[in-house]
Each structure stands twice: as structure tokens, then as C-alpha cells.
Design a protein around this ligand. Structure first.
Ligand SMILES: [Zn+2]
Length: 251
């Protein structure tokens, strides 16, 4: 093993350890994922299709091997360590720097999330929305449309990031869409290889932009890295990411 390969090996080992300590520690005690099934897929391909179909679900063990830590300067206030795959972070840094040069500052809220971490996230959504609606079934339904079940989260791919801005107090709000920051990112993200996975749906019926094709509400903060070529084609043709990947797979 050469020096650089050795260095890379230890870097990967260190990151894996950090990820385990930071986000995976919940998996060690009582099984937080009880009741959630593992899927068949690995996500190394940058164009891995992840959605609500049975075959498009990640294994419980899938963990990208090249995760790197997002520099603390890019994190929203109060956020702990976040990780992304190396290429996704390289391009995100370029996006954030060019945005800032134009007066538009973006902050990372979430990057990579392990299967176990998604179990926690999804469970907390069910609890939150069930109590809000006073009905478990309604809460579960809302959670499924606003959050991904474990194995179906693009965050487990390590190429997906939730971004926010100071103007909306670093939250996730639809009102981000009427800010100059959003106007800029929605017109430029593709140049850095990023696309909005869950855009506003034309067939929206409840004011939440629910898309019957993806099965999710509008998420204007959720950006996935797919590379410049794919992102540009998706942007120019106003395509859904899922449709683009399905088309690619048929070629
Ligand atoms: Zn997200």
C-alpha cells in the first residue's frame, strides 16, 4: 500500500469511526430500527434510484466509503458534525462559495444519515404528526409524505444535503421560495451538479406541493448531487430526478 493509499485508508477509517460515533451510536442499544425492513440496494452509483418502490430501497448496512466531514463554517448554527461523499462536498463547496460571492449564503443542516439515524428521524416524525393531528394513522400518512422511511432516504447516499438561509432563521419553510437566495440556487444548482429531488408538483391539491409520482411533499431545501451532466439535463428539461434515472437505465 503506497503512502497516499495508506493515508486515504486511515482517513476513511477515521471518518467511518466519526460517523459511527456521531450518527450511528443509536444503533448499538435497543433496536431503534425494529419494524423497518432493509432493502436490496447499494448506493455507490451516483445515479442510484431511491424511491417508494420495493426494489429501490437501500440495505440497512449501506454506508458510502468516501464520506468526508463538511467544514464547520458551512453548518447552520447549532448543527453537529455532518458528512457528505467527497465529490458531492467538493461541488457543494463551489456552490456555496459562488453563492456567497453573489451575496447569497447557504448553510448545511443535514448531510449523510445512516439507516439507523433515519429510523430515529422517521419515528420522531410519526410521533410529532400523530400528536399534531390527534390520530396515529393521519400522523403516519403525513410522516410518509414529508419524510423518508429508513432505506428510502437520499441522505443515506451521502450525496444529499438540506440547505437553509439566515433570512428564514435557518429553518425549513416554503417561504424560502420567495427569497433571492432561492431564486439564485434554483437557477444555478445544476451547474454544480445539484438538483431538487422533490419539486413543487403541478397536480398539487393541498397547498403542500404533494407529488403523486414521488410520493413526497415539496422540499425546496433538499438538494441531491448527481453530477453536472445529469443535473443540467434535468434542469433544462424540467424533469423529475426519478424519471431521468429511469430513462437513463432504459438506454
Ligand atoms: Zn433532505
Amino acid at each position: 500500500m503506497g503512502l497516499s493509499a495508506t493515508t486515504q485508508y486511515f482517513k476513511t477509517l477515521l471518518v467511518t469511526l466519526l460517523v459511527t460515533l456521531t450518527v450511528g451510536s443509536t444503533g448499538s442499544h435497543a433496536d431503534v430500527c425494529h419494524g423497518f425492513s432493509s432493502g436490496p440496494k447499494h448506493g455507490d452509483d451516483i445515479l442510484t434510484l431511491i424511491n417508494k418502490e420495493a426494489e429501490n430501497k437501500l440495505t440497512r448496512n449501506y454506508l458510502p466509503s468516501d464520506l468526508v466531514r463538511v467544514p464547520p463554517d458551512y453548518l447552520a448554527p447549532g448543527r453537529g458534525a455532518q458528512f457528505l461523499r467527497a465529490e458531492a462536498l467538493t461541488w457543494l463547496e463551489r456552490l456555496i462559495k459562488e453563492g456567497a460571492q453573489n451575496g447569497f449564503k447557504f448553510y448545511v443542516v443535514s448531510g449523510f444519515r445512516s439507516f439507523e439515524d433515519q429510523c430515529m428521524t422517521f419515528r420522531s416524525k410519526i410521533t410529532k404528526w400523530s400528536s399534531r393531528f390527534g390520530s396515529f394513522q393521519k400522523g403516519l400518512d403525513y410522516a410518509k409524505k414529508s419524510s423518508a422511511e429508513p432505506g428510502r432516504s437520499q441522505h443515506q447516499l451521502g450525496t444529499t444535503v438540506d440547505l437553509t438561509i439566515e433570512r428564514i432563521n435557518f429553518k425549513f419553510l416554503f417561504s424560502i421560495t420567495s427569497t433571492p437566495e432561492f431564486l439564485w440556487i434554483s437557477q444555478n444548482a445544476h451547474r454544480f451538479g445539484y438538483v431538487m429531488s422533490y419539486p413543487w408538483a403541478d397536480d398539487d391539491q393541498d397547498g403542500l406541493g404533494y407529488n403523486s409520482k414521488t410520493g413526497y411533499y415539496f422540499e425546496p431545501w433538499h438538494w441531491r448531487y448527481v453530477g453536472q451532466v445529469a443535473a443540467t439535463e434535468i434542469f433544462l428539461n424540467k424533469m423529475l430526478l426519478d424519471d431521468f434515472i429511469k430513462n437513463q437505465n432504459q438506454k
